[in-house]
Design a protein around this ligand. Sequence first.
Ligand code: HEM
Length: 452
Amino acid sequence: MQLRYSFRLYPTRGQQAALGRAFGCAHVVYNDAVRARRTARENKLPFPRAGELSRRLITEAKKTPQRAWLGEVSSVVLQQSLRDAESAYSNFFASLKGERKGPRLGEPSFKSRKDTRQAIRFTANARWTHRRRTPPAPQDRTEGAEHQRRAGVITQALEAVDQFELARDCERIADQLIDAFADSGRAELMAAFAHALPMRAAVQFCGMPAGSTDTEQLVDDLRISLDAAEGDDPVAAYGRVGARIQQLVKEKRESPGADVTSRMLAHPAGLTDEEVVQDLISVIAAAQQPTANWICNTLRLLLTDERFALNVSGGRLSVGQALNEVLWLDTPTQNFIGRWAVRNTQLGGRQIRAGDCLVLGLAAANTDPQIWPDSQVCAENSAHLSFSNGEHRCPYPAPLLADVIARTAVETLLERLPDLVLAVEPQELTWRPSIWMRGLTALPVQFTPVSH
Ligand code: HEM
């Protein structure tokens, strides 16, 4: 007979936040394990073993931007969560074979976020205190004075980007991308234009030479690590991105130029090379995804809404209106995850407890019926919350740069291909299955072929 003790714990605020993180991460690893096994079964692949899942879902996942936060909790908690998924499967198989007493067990299912009972398991030698990770967390995952130090460097480095030069660069990048498909009369604009352009613009303002082979390789690796397609290896791609940005930082230390990287290195805050590498990757990632979807959602509006269709080819004004309307009604960053309450509080009549994870519903805030009582959103001002608010908001110069990139992209495309129309019916366009980012899976168009 074994003894069991029950304790009631009264964690401090910091401990509550750490526990909240550990619960969340254990939950994600469990669900990732169930998903990996279901996918293997659907694709008729061998059942993935525990060792392989531990490598893929914990060790390698921590190296990706999507799962880097797993590194913030004890790995014992993550391993134990994998073992729980493992036991659920062996019980299920034993039950199928009739080797297990009691009622028939169903296949393990995903754990729901709504379940209020959460469990994590530690072992005697698990690490309880949070140790600082190496490499350091990027600035968007730091807080207080440390966040201000890191975000201040980014803000000043972005502030010095010359907006006219950026517009010229974006026009050149847009022209090159359009040249690649202009003579065919058809294109899928998400891949061939909307995603590629902001990535190239960001890499360029960080100081990578345009058009060189390793810039092309970096652009491709960034695409894979941010938005992997079937068959891509995002972990390997992210590793190459880190190595190339490290090399860029080394080159700019030796020979600085008029670019974001050199300005970050020269900043009196004295960031280490490692911190600059981390922050450059987050700047490029933060710039690419939302700006790409802003461009695509604006093109969709211009091509599907009659109010814009009438004067789209001539009307620069209407491009500006469409860009702004999209930020109100189809904003790229719909919801933003990753805030934990540090104390008990109330918000909008709801109780929030210290340690609760909060999701910022930016799209919902923009269409709040309390600000728009007639349910008619008037998109003529720009007081939306699409760039968030508060200390972590999209840093001041970034929305201006995003506007230059998106506006130049859309205007150049419409100038070059004035009779651009959708190649499918508007209702056939599909949104990507994401609750965070609003963007299309594809934007197929056609136009009169032009040679350049
Ligand atoms: C040149 C383009 C852009 C750059 C360089 C950029 C950069 C950044 C950076 C560095 C952050 C992290 C801020 C921090 O933690 O202190 C951030 C956050 C954010 N950005 Fe941007 N961004 C760009 C475009 C956009 C666009 C087009 C949108 C949406 C329309 C957007 C929406 C946001 C949001 C919602 C956040 C999160 C703020 C929060 O945590 O509450 N950004 N951006």
